[in-house]
Ligand binder design. Structure first.
Ligand code: FE
Ligand code: FE
Ligand code: ZN
Length: 276
């Protein structure tokens, strides 16, 4: 069965999130590890996690996806900003180690004029500092739209980050359908060629998750504005081909569309209705 869910609020804990997910027919979910703008994180509540794992084991549930605050910038030109990204990510990985069966997604960052080489070097430095052999969590680099000086809008840049990380068996990729289309990968007309390219450059075995979003903007716009499924430039037909693709259909899908919970329920039903 297709693994699909959406982004949920983590404010009431893991048990609440899985109950909410089940109530909208989701079998995965994503959440922010702390305030998306980077505030202090709540400590993991062991009772809550045990209850969550108990529920998870009794239903057919896929991996949960923790998302780092999107304001972090591990390749900032400002040392304090880099140190902050470093501290937050190290602390997130420590806490996520207490919640088995998860992955951790982050935006590689923006090089802010230092150039792509320096950006990649700084991202690798952060990952080499914070990744520890005892971490169970797979860390995912998100494919970016290429807004401003964002790093990670081409498969080559992501591959260079992976190659620069010592413990890179812990690194995977999360493909965001809005971002890759905005970045210039035509997943509407040439999905198979894009997947061939991903496989050639990075290797499809690194692809661990999909952020399933439509986009408000045309191809190659480098904008990053998510749209509801079927209401943007991708359209339902292209999205249906993605979730049914032989090379992609086993992956977990996370919606990050502009919706409240009832809208997500409808979108999950829509996507399940077109899944083979
Ligand atoms: Fe993201
Ligand atoms: Fe995303
Ligand atoms: Zn986005």
């Amino acid at each position: 069965m297709l693994k699909i869910g959406c982004h949920l609020s983590a404010s009431k804990g893991f048990t609440h999130m899985i109950e909410e997910a089940i109530s909208i027919d989701a079998n995965v979910f994503q959440f922010f590890t702390r305030n998306p703008r980077g505030g202090k994180a709540k400590e993991i509540n062991k009772v809550d996690v045990e209850k969550f794992l108990e529920i998870k084991k009794n239903v057919n549930f896929g991996p949960i996806l923790a998302h780092a605050p999107y304001t972090l910038n591990a390749c900032s030109a400002d040392e304090r900003t880099r140190n902050f990204a470093h501290e937050v990510m190290a602390d997130d990985l420590r806490r996520m180690n207490l919640v088995p069966g998860n992955m951790y997604n982050f935006h590689p960052g923006s090089h802010v004029g230092q150039g792509i080489d320096k950006g990649i070097e700084l991202i690798c430095q952060t990952l080499n500092d914070i990744l520890k052999p005892e971490h169970q969590t797979k860390v995912l680099l998100e494919t970016m739209a290429g807004k401003g000086s964002e790093v990670g809008s081409t498969f080559e840049e992501l591959k260079r980050i992976i190659d620069g990380v010592q413990l890179n068996e812990k690194i995977g990729v999360c493909l965001d359908t809005c971002h890759v289309f905005d970045a210039g990968y035509d997943i509407v007309n040439n999905l198979d060629e894009v997947l061939d390219e991903f496989d050639k450059v990075i290797g499809l075995d690194r692809l661990c998750a999909i952020h399933l979003n439509d986009t408000k903007n045309p191809f190659e716009s480098h904008k990053d504005r998510h749209e509801k499924i079927g209401e943007g430039s991708l359209g339902l037909d292209a999205i249906s081909k993605i979730i049914n693709n032989e090379r992609l259909k086993h992956l977990p899908y996370y919606l990050e569309t502009p919706n409240e919970i009832s809208g997500y329920r409808d979108e999950i039903a829509l996507i399940r209705s077109v899944a083979n």
